[in-house]
Design a protein around this ligand. Structure first.
Ligand SMILES: C[S@@+](CC[C@H](N)C(=O)[O-])C[C@H]1O[C@@H](n2cnc3c(N)ncnc32)[C@H](O)[C@@H]1O
Length: 194
């Protein structure tokens, strides 16, 4: 397919925005696919911070990174993404190139723990504060379950309310796929004008 899937398009965006040696955040590490993509994009000299509340996710991601032999320094934090500002070194606030969110359940897990708008929206606001000008936040949404639908509505309202002078907010979704396919909201923090 020459049109990117939603998950591939996240990786296209982060590769495009991240420079070698930069800092990136994976707000929902899960099985570690986004963490690995961020680590590859920032390369040796770069840093990635990954958050997940589940030990299972942190362990799986650690194993994925070890077998991929990535060069970037990756810190995996078992804590909520709403705590990202507290967990990042102060000097990195305002210097992060990309933050990825992939909401919902941990794929393949027996646990029914899911992200919820009560913590997702504060985390999204924090992600805009840690971002550098020109940096991007990506949010993959799943509407196939009740909490996911509620959360997606809250994220849509959040993105639509961002001031146009400071942020570009984009929706990327397939309009003819069955069974509630994932969709993407991406936000770019605009560089200051001339
Ligand atoms: C859909 S999965 C992420 C998939 C992942 N990006 C991947 O590539 O495999 C969502 C993850 O969010 C985690 N999560 C739930 N609430 C969270 C919170 N408040 N902060 C950080 N992670 C959270 C879950 O434990 C789960 O692993």
């Amino acid at each position: 397919m020459s049109i990117h899937s939603v998950l591939d398009y996240v990786h296209v965006l982060v590769r495009q925005v991240l420079d070698e040696g930069e800092v990136a955040v994976d707000a929902t590490v899960g099985n570690g696919h986004d963490t690995l993509a961020l680590a590859r994009s920032v390369g040796s000299g770069g840093r990635v911070f990954g958050f997940d509340v589940q030990a299972e996710a942190i362990e799986q991601t650690r194993a994925r990174l070890a077998s991929a032999e990535v060069d970037a320094a990756v810190s995996l934090v078992q804590d909520g993404h709403e705590e990202m500002e507290r967990c990042l070194p102060e000097e990195l606030v305002g210097r992060v190139g990309a933050v990825t969110f992939n909401l919902g359940y941990l794929p393949g897990s027996a646990s029914d723990l899911t992200t919820t708008s009560e913590t997702t929206i504060p985390a999204l606001n924090a992600s805009l504060r840690v971002l550098r000008p020109g940096g991007v936040v990506t949010i993959v949404l799943y509407t196939g379950h009740e909490e996911g639908t509620r959360e997606a509505e809250a994220v849509d309202a959040w993105a639509e309310g961002l001031p146009q002078e400071r942020f570009h907010a984009l929706s990327y979704r397939f309009v003819n796929q069955k069974n509630d396919p994932p969709r993407l909201i991406a936000v770019e923090k605009r560089k200051a004008g001339p």
